[in-house]
Ligand binder design. Structure first.
Ligand code: SF4
Length: 469
């Protein structure tokens, strides 16, 4: 009864349609954090671009740039590489074109001065120009950064306040959503999406594809091509992580374990042990690459970047799922990520780790279930189960590094995704009582009520207890 009245309330709410594009969700870029690395790098790059368009008379007076990081960007920005990411952006790099070694190299030479290009002018810039500001502030988003271009007297010539709103999405003061097409099959909830599927008779991946074409204006071949790039980047990140060894950067001294897990998987005598060991190895491989600042795909974030590739790689290499089914599964998974972003949030700083690993696990479950040919109802149930059992998960990265608990959490998220599909595919029609909408609504409520110290500040949870015990 309780579940039914909850669903009824949910059904009666009005929901604006999801207008997130596929490649807003899946982005290739450097780790370790989409909100703390990719978003800030985009901010730096946008600021450099805006400055270059200022009048020559203004640019001729410019002598310095100053960046202030607020909220969670300040609290964990050092461990997350936010400062080097903004600097790389100011130097004209974007997440898509950033050389893999650039961020670690900038970090190695903290006192170096670099040249920021302002059209015909250049000014010096370095990590010393980036200030870690207060945790508490009055801007509308926790992950806020302010960048100012000044003259020799310190007078501001141009400034901009940016918000890194999670998953590598960037907004700024006065931001308005870009002009885009409207989805041809509008939906704001899973319930509405299910209704559109029934009305149109489309498969879930086809509906997502048709919406993507309408929103972005891209044709089917271009979308397929970009999806292939995303999948290739995911496979590459698994392979690089499996081949790497040694300790991860930072003061925690965390050892890479993916290669060892993979070796263990090869000799495991029990099929269940082998399967779990493989998923663990693949998830560790990408999460470790992410922690090292390597190139990964946000799915939906950098911190949770290991979950989806773990399943994808296992499906392709160990379960022999074909490329077409994998691509369709990836499209189906995007619906889950978009709904979570739309109705709750996907940033650790906003809703805790439930929005990162929890949503990644739900997306991976949807991908696996869809690729294996199950109905949209089963796909929804699998995603719901995976998300439900991450509700309440806090974001408490030790020392501000995306390593502990993040790397193991990716493996746990991947294993839970597999189990969620097993559970969902074992149910009879009508037996599943919790909707994906209900799980997402619960995540949003828990995220809003969650104490800020558990939202990517490293001021609570394991980030404190591990240091103190
Ligand atoms: S604890 Fe979770 S949400 Fe927080 S940084 Fe790690 S992976 Fe991201």
């Amino acid at each position: 009864m309780m579940a039914q009245s909850y669903l009824l309330q949910n059904a009666q709410r009005k929901h604006p349609p999801v207008e997130t594009a596929l490649f807003d969700l899946f982005k290739i870029g450097p780790g370790p954090s989409s909100s703390h690395t990719i978003g800030p790098m985009k901010a730096g790059a946008d600021f450099a671009k805006c400055c270059a368009e200022l009048p020559q008379a203004t640019l001729s007076q410019a002598t310095c740039v100053h960046v202030t990081l607020f909220g969670s960007l300040s609290a964990t920005g050092s461990g997350h590489g936010t400062d080097v990411a903004v600097l790389a952006g100011l130097l004209g790099n974007t997440p898509e074109n950033c050389p893999p070694t650039l961020l670690p190299n900038l970090k190695k030479t903290p006192s170096s001065r670099h040249k920021m290009c302002l059209g015909n002018y250049e000014i010096p810039v370095g990590l010393a120009d980036i200030e870690f500001g207060p945790l508490q502030h009055s801007a509308p988003y926790s992950n806020t950064l302010h960048i100012a271009l000044s003259d020799a007297s310190g007078k501001s010539l141009f400034d901009k306040e940016y918000y890194s709103v999670g998953g590598g999405f960037l907004q700024w003061k006065g931001w308005t959503p870009p002009e885009r097409g409207k989805p041809v099959h509008p939906y704001g909830t899973m319930r509405e999406l299910s209704a559109r599927l029934q009305e149109t008779g489309l498969a879930l991946h086809e509906l997502i594809l048709e919406n993507e074409m309408a929103i972005t204006g891209m044709g089917r071949p271009a979308i397929y091509e970009q999806l292939e790039s995303i999948m290739d980047a995911m496979y590459d990140s698994v392979r690089r992580g499996l081949a790497a060894s040694g300790r991860l950067p930072g003061t925690l001294g965390v050892w890479r374990k993916a290669g060892g897990l993979w070796e263990r998987a090869k000799s495991h005598s029990l099929p269940i042990g082998k399967g779990m060991c493989l998923l663990n190895a693949y998830a560790f491989a990408v999460a470790e690459e992410n922690a090292a600042g390597g190139v990964i795909v946000t799915a939906p974030t950098c911190g949770a970047a290991g979950v989806m590739p773990a399943l994808l790689y296992a499906m392709r290499n160990d379960l022999n799922v074909g490329e077409r089914a994998l691509r369709e599964g990836l499209l189906a998974s995007a619906a889950v990520g978009m709904l979570a972003k739309h109705n709750a949030g996907i940033a650790g700083a906003e809703v805790g780790c439930q929005g990162e690993i929890g949503v990644a696990s739900a997306m991976a479950a949807a991908m696996l279930a869809h690729a294996r040919g199950y109905t949209a109802d089963v796909v929804e149930n699998a995603a719901e189960i995976a998300l439900e059992h991450h509700l309440g998960l806090t974001c408490d990265p030790v020392g501000g590094y995306v390593q502990i608990p993040c790397i193991e959490r990716n493996a746990m998220g991947a294993i839970k995704a597999g189990n969620a599909v097993l559970l969902a595919t074992s149910e009879e029609n009508g037996q599943h009582l919790v909707s994906l909408d209900a799980a997402i609504m619960a995540m949003g409520e828990i995220g809003r009520e969650m104490n800020v110290k558990f939202k990517e500040t490293s001021k609570g949870g394991l980030a404190v207890s591990m240091v103190e015990c």
